[in-house]
Design a protein around this ligand. Structure first.
Ligand SMILES: Cc1cc2nc3c(=O)[nH]c(=O)nc-3n(C[C@H](O)[C@H](O)[C@H](O)COP(=O)(O)OP(=O)(O)OC[C@H]3O[C@@H](n4cnc5c(N)ncnc54)[C@H](O)[C@@H]3O)c2cc1C
Length: 428
């Protein structure tokens, strides 16, 4: 049956960055029947975590296609690009400063990114409290989707779609209808425990100075500690370690929303980093409950599948990777940009065959892009946990600053340039 994509019923499952970005660009291109179904019950029911650097040639492509450059400029932070390596004694070892004028990867808080994308959608685009359960192919090349409410107690009226895009994250339930259940994400052997301190400038000034508005890495004793500044002055931090998949469960930590996380705090200070500087212990003590476990999964590198004309997956649902190169959200947003662009090109009337070709073309590009990103990510990840890899990683990320042992003078010059460009309104 021939249809115009603008009239097709397009169902997006999941309102993370990839689902929201896709919906926005499709709507801008004239698609009138785009709906996003999200399992959360409302906009603020999901904690948004830390911040993301959006690369000019990846995540920012979506921002431009979505017509949200101004909103992004206001909310993003070029100073978030500052990258520092410290040691467990609390010393600064390498600092890659940020030059605002040449910022290519400014940081934006996850919550801010969600808000600008969400607020740009047509009214009633998002259906909250729709937990995707299953789908089946029906006549006229359409798909019937089944949803329940968030706690599974109510089965919703079936939803009929001409095209389904699974944007439902690493544990996607849509994926199995695309990969025919052949490829599943695998535990990558790393579990993180994530905390957050409010008003870090006052509550943890030593760490605040080391973070210097950006990102701090400390890699010692087989532990990778990451601390990152948010716009509101909070610092989100995590401790990553190589442990078995059920490690969190086996520890018996109280992870309930009302817990004061005292058992996790005790574990982090006394067992994980007992010999680290007291500034790290203070960071843990000052943390607001609850701590969040992040058990990391990645898609198998050899995955591939036969494309279908009415269903696909993007973002983490298609290709989750570890966070060690900060690329996951960037390639997820690029997927949204590219899929929306390909789908809406030459669209007067498309039958199933050209639609299949478009999706095939998109999926090939997406998987090639992800394989390249996954390789970079894996290199960083392997280096971060191996004593002889850490120096290589510092060299790779630190660039020329690895060789300059003159952190203070270089940073002073860069700060002065930033001050001047702010003054003449070239930067903010
Ligand atoms: C600790 C950490 C740090 C990271 N740092 C970075 C970084 O610096 N830079 C970067 O680019 N990337 C980073 N990433 C990766 C990035 O977070 C993800 O790649 C990105 O969020 C993927 O977006 P998405 O829209 O595909 O999926 P998600 O953000 O996971 O969104 C999926 C959405 O689908 C919904 N959903 C799930 N199941 C269902 C269902 N059955 N029915 C309906 N709705 C459903 C979820 O509630 C959610 O809203 C990091 C990841 C982690 C874990």
């Amino acid at each position: 049956m021939n249809k115009n994509i603008k009239d097709m019923k397009i169902v997006i499952v999941g309102c993370g960055p990839s689902g929201l970005g896709l919906a926005r660009v499709l709507q801008l291109k004239g698609c009138k029947n785009v709906k996003v179904y999200e399992r959360s019950t409302h906009k603020y029911s999901r904690l948004q975590g830390s911040s993301l650097d959006l690369h000019v040639d990846l995540g920012q492509k979506l921002i431009v296609a979505a017509g949200l450059e101004n909103e992004f400029r206001v909310l993003s932070r070029p100073d978030g690009e500052c990258f520092s390596f410290g040691d467990k004694n609390g010393n600064l070892k390498i600092r890659k400063p940020f030059l605002k004028i040449s910022s290519k990867r400014p940081e934006i808080d996850r919550g801010d990114l969600r808000d600008i994308l969400m607020d740009s959608l047509l009214p009633d685009t998002i259906e909250w409290d729709y937990h995707f359960k299953s789908l089946k192919q029906i006549e006229n090349d359409q798909v019937e989707l089944t949803f329940t409410n968030n706690d599974g107690s109510i089965i919703k009226k079936p939803v009929i779609a001409d095209l389904v895009i699974g944007c439902d994250g690493v544990h996607s339930k849509v994926r199995k209808y695309v990969t025919l259940d052949q490829f599943k994400p695998e535990y990558m052997g790393i579990t993180m425990i994530e905390g957050e301190v409010a008003n870090a400038k006052n509550s943890c000034p030593e760490i605040y100075n080391l973070v210097n508005q950006g990102l701090l890495f400390v890699m010692e004793d087989g532990i990778v500690m990451i601390a990152q500044q948010k716009t509101d002055g909070n610092i989100v931090f995590s401790f990553a370690q190589k442990v078995e998949k059920d490690w969190i469960k086996n520890q018996g930590f109280d992870l309930s929303p009302t817990s004061n996380s005292s058992d996790i705090k005790r574990f982090l200070k006394n067992k994980l980093i007992p010999k680290w500087s007291p500034i790290f212990h203070k960071l843990i003590d000052q943390s607001m409950a609850p701590f969040k476990p992040r058990v990391l999964y990645r898609a198998p590198i050899n995955q591939e599948w036969k494309s279908q004309s009415n269903i696909t997956i993007i973002g983490d649902a298609a290709h989750s990777i570890s966070p060690f190169a900060g690329l996951g959200c960037n390639i997820a947003l690029y997927d949204s940009y590219e899929l929306a662009t390909i789908l809406t090109k030459d669209i007067d009337c498309i039958s199933q065959k050209p639609l299949l070709e478009k999706i095939e073309n998109f999926e090939n590009n997406m998987l090639n892009r992800w394989r390249t990103a996954a390789k970079e990510t894996m290199e960083n990840e392997n280096s971060a946990f191996l004593p002889n890899g850490i120096e290589a990683l510092k060299k790779r990320i630190g660039g020329i600053y690895y060789y300059f042992n003159c952190i203070l003078s270089v940073n002073k010059v860069v700060n002065y340039i930033n001050y001047l460009t702010d003054l003449i309104l070239l930067t903010k």
